[in-house]
Design a protein around this ligand. Sequence first.
Ligand code: MRU
Length: 352
Amino acid sequence: MPLPTIEWEGDVNGRIRLIDQTVLPTELKFVYCEDIKSIWHAIKTLMVRGAPAIGIAGAMGVVLGVKDIQGESAETFLKELKQVTAYLAASRPTAVNLFWGLARMERIAQENLNKSVLEIKEALLQEALRIQNDDKIICRQIGENGVGFIKDGNGILTHCNAGGLATADYGTALAVLFKAKEQGKHIKVYADETRPLLQGARLTAWELVHAGIDVTLICDNMAGHVMKLGKVQCVIVGADRIAANGDTANKIGTYSVSILAKEHGIPFYVAAPVSTFDLSIKSGDEIPIEERSPEEITSGFGKRTAPEGVKVFNPAFDVTPARNITAIITEKGIIHNPSRENIQCLLGASGR
Ligand code: MRU
């Protein structure tokens, strides 16, 4: 059954309903965002998270942000809309889908500037819903395109959560696994717990258990051992931003997993929609890496696990170099041995 990760309720004056991902797996709770501040907070605190889901949340957030703009001129509307998008863009820096979604919303406003304010708001809501609905189709296509990499009996390792919760419903990396299961393939998934916020333990394990997929939870530092034991035939992860040369930012720890996979001769796949590519940047060195609060490491989930005053470094993402990636699976097809040339060959120079 599709996951109602994020939904819009009502007309242009409506609200966003989302699954609060911070309290899973013990509680399945919905949160309602009626104004721009509450959706900014939901993105920032990871109530809604995962690159495609953040893109949808940002787009819907724009609809919330323009709610109170009344009968002003088109120019004033556009000026206020830009303030709204700038505010939402400041919530999280790494996943490019957020900026991609906000840019789409700005473009729609520009295209409808000759209309009434109500009509512009309606066009914006329709665009946000289109982004959400397109993502559902894109995720299914990623599943179709990637499933050929999964053989009956395979062990597959994944890191973080690139499932239905991170998208409009079916996931990217997990879409490939859901599809393999639908095709009757017997698979065994190893889910890294994904310190410090445990998206693997709390979200991926939860999704896979519910889908009836054989999943085994491991701590992040067990991945190498599990590979050495011959239990993993491929790794598949999602992405937050892919540079023009194929370097890929994803949840912190992904880079280490890619090195482990290389050492053990295990293929390493990235599954991501085209909206996750950022061809404006040459390499992964230019990807902004979010740093989060030290408390996520020193007192995660309310329990102090480090001494007061200790220094902490808490980057939320890292960059896997293209040379460690066997292929990138997109809705448009597969990019083998990702490089500038191979990416352009599938996506064209603009990447959209
Ligand atoms: O900090 P998060 O939970 O938003 O990080 C999410 C990830 O790193 C995912 O792997 C990525 O966004 C892909 S989601 C399809």
